[in-house]
Ligand binder design. Sequence first.
Ligand code: SAH
Ligand code: SF4
Ligand code: F3S
Length: 445
Amino acid sequence: MPQAPGAAMTAQKKLYIKTYGCQMNVYDSERMAEALGAEGYVPTDRAEEADMILLNTCHIREKASEKVYSELGRLRPLKDAKPDLKVGIAGCVAQAEGTEIMARAPVVDLVVGPQSYHRLPAMERAVRGGARAVDTDFPEEDKFTELKARPKAKRGPTAFLTVQEGCDKFCAFCVVPYTRGAEVSRPADRIEAETRGLVEQGVREITLLGQNVNAWHGMEGGLGALVRRLARIEGLARIRYTTSHPNDMDDALIAAHGEEAKLMPYLHLPVQSGSDRILKAMNRKHGRDAYLALVERIRAARPDILLTSDFIVGFPGETESDFEDTLDLVRQVRYGASFSFKYSPRPGTPAAERGAQVPAEVMDERLQRLQALITELQREAQEAMVGREVEVLFEKPGRLPGQMVGKSGQLHAVHADAPESLRGEVRRVRITASGPNSLAGTLAA
Ligand code: SAH
Ligand code: SF4
Ligand code: F3S
């Protein structure tokens, strides 16, 4: 990363960031590194040589949260060996449990919630002066507006760009509305300016991010209109967005899938369960039939779109019959891939207080059955690509010499014999074989 003017005056310090959780954390970690870059920090991928370690954490399931505490245990000897080392917790665990962490873990110098990253440079200075600092406010000001403009840097062909934050949906199982706050949309002008900047630095594909990205309403026409606006940027080849809530899939966005060539034929549209009873208990605010009807409308607009979803098994009160409704929905939609999780009761969420928690062994068994079905459908979706020609954006060299890897429009990883000069280029590839997690092909003439 290039240094800000004046940074050379101070001794160079090293920053190590470990990122957990969703893509929004990945984007936030980049922005935090840039903010601290202006304070003279350069990134390192070795915790042992760092002057500051930031854990950008995730609170979504119990396992994700626990990782923070075990990581803090591992960091203690580093701090003993290097008393000047500063340790910070960012992200959703910081928001949810920051004050307790500060009280319980003396190794932690700094706790910063996801909406306060623009205050990180000032917090860093306080911490260097020997203080301990906590900021888990939901400030009025938008962190991205407050953060300095992104520095020029050489970038890869793909980038994330957060356009929306927070969630007003309050699904009964989920901590996100509490850790990320209410739904906020970044202004369209800023998003366009940032996209243009990224494209100038070599980015060909952007993924617009939000906890509920299709609830973005920074301009008339919503996300569909934003996609069309960004599609006019010369040099930008591809646009994706994630994650979408079914209730925010409006007509304009569906139409954009049919009409905007730069919008890729891929959609992550989590449904969580196929049972009306469970969807209601989850407070998802839509039923099974409405979801299936939505899928039909999306496929009518863009027949080759690849759909994926998230599922929770063992939500409190889920019966075998509810679970079979989920399997049935998965078969009906024929998802190209999906994530599935065992329900994890999260402190402060309504579902965690309910009786009828499903026994662990029942959850295990259901998860296995669901994952087997998801894998089978994924294999079928991949095998259906064999013999077809797809467009691939090449991203990096493959494992074998002379090979490059990229993504198809449907987000399949594709390997092909290709020169490294094709990095960042879109080429037609004829798919010749399907492996467990990727496709192989040859450059089309
Ligand atoms: N905003 C997105 C998803 C955010 S969290 C949406 O509405 O779909 C990512 C996924 O984690 C969710 O889709 C859900 O499947 C899973 N998840 C969230 N809370 C969970 C919990 N308490 N236990 C298990 N899985 C959970
Ligand atoms: Fe969580 Fe539901 Fe909001 Fe998604 S829509 S972030 S699952 S509360
Ligand atoms: Fe995790 Fe927070 Fe993302 S809880 S999934 S890091 S929004």
